[in-house]
Design a protein around this ligand. Structure first.
Ligand code: CA
Ligand code: CA
Length: 330
């Protein structure tokens, strides 16, 4: 299925990637998809002192952070990235060594993104295009919806709550937020290292059991996708951040809730060629990495709430199940 985004030639293609339902939105209208002069101007002079102050309350790799802590320090180390027991593009499992870095304890929320917009006047790509991709729960397919954007992720009349993860933000939009807040997007390797939470070779960010103690430990799709969602975890769609227990590093929703953009360009075969130390993805590409799965990931379908799960989409894609969190060097 292909649509075209923009006045006459914008493309939104829906396609199946083995085991993964990926909606790819490609801007074909010639509009700039990177930072505009107006946005650059809007970012000048924005203080980052609030971010610095928040970090002072943060301790390293402990799960008992106060609610006000925004970033956690992940101490560098070596880990086994990927898996040999999953999809071909998740292999080979390979050793990666990372420097220490900071990462947001939870997905960027609607309230946090609203602060960015209020300070800068930023317009997301979905707002500029006038539409975005929404998963039609009734018909079980991705659909172009006019008026869908971060304020109304499912289109006109839909709503958000302040503490849910912001969605309908493209990779380009996420980068603008990160730059404004004095942060950056995490690399894919940083994201997976953080998601594993200090565990080695586990299937999920909390261990090997999908339902530890008999209950879902994250916001994913229970039931048969896309026909039936039993809502065993309590949520049909997005959940407020911190609705489930954090992983061993104190990070919330590293599995499910919403997909999270990473800095890297995506390549199926990257793991067979990536450097051992601080990998940052292939040099160029057409799609950016997304990690963690979302409320749409189901056991009968993609299981991308697994810690090794990977997906990807073009940098101007906006969807109602894709958000992000930020990272920062030490
Ligand atoms: Ca759910
Ligand atoms: Ca997530």
């Amino acid at each position: 299925m292909i649509f075209r985004r923009g006045s006459s030639s914008i493309s939104l293609s829906v396609r199946w990637v083995i085991g993964t339902f990926t909606l790819v939105v490609t801007c074909g209208c010639g509009q700039p998809t990177t930072e505009t002069a107006a946005n650059r101007s809007a970012h000048q002079g924005v203080p980052t002192s609030s971010i610095d102050a928040a970090e002072q309350h943060v301790r390293a790799n402990t799960p008992d952070q106060p609610a006000s802590a925004r970033m956690l320090l992940i101490r560098g180390g070596t880990f086994l990235m990927g898996t040999n027991d999953g999809m071909p593009y998740e292999a080979p499992a390979h050793e990666v060594k990372l420097e220490s870095f900071w990462i947001d304890a939870h997905e960027v929320t609607v309230a946090e993104f609203a602060q960015f917009v209020a300070a800068t006047g930023f317009k997301t790509e979905a707002e500029r295009f006038g539409w975005s991709g929404v998963f039609d729960m009734k018909n079980g397919k991705w659909t172009r919806i006019d008026g869908a954007n971060w304020r109304a992720p499912e289109g006109h009349g839909s709503q958000t709550i302040p503490n849910e993860p912001v969605t309908q933000v493209s990779w380009n939009d996420a980068n603008e937020y990160a730059r404004w807040s004095g942060k950056r997007l995490p690399t894919e390797a940083e994201w997976e290292y953080a998601a594993r939470g200090g565990l080695e070779g586990k299937e999920y960010s909390w261990g090997d059991e999908l339902r530890p103690a008999g209950k879902p430990a994250a916001n994913w799709w229970q039931g048969t996708f896309p026909e039936r969602n039993t809502k065993e975890d309590g949520f049909l769609m997005r959940a407020s951040v911190k609705s489930f227990k954090p992983n061993g590093y104190g990070l919330y929703d590293m599995a499910g809730n919403v997909w999270e953009w990473c800095a890297d360009w995506y390549a199926d075969d990257y793991y067979s060629q990536s450097p051992r130390e601080n990998p940052t993805g292939v040099v160029s590409g057409v799609e950016r990495v997304m990690r963690g799965g979302s409320f749409l990931c189901a056991g009968n379908f993609c299981t991308n709430y697994r810690v090794a799960g990977r997906s990807h989409s073009t940098p101007d894609t906006g969807l109602n199940n894709v958000g992000f969190r930020c990272a920062k060097g030490v």
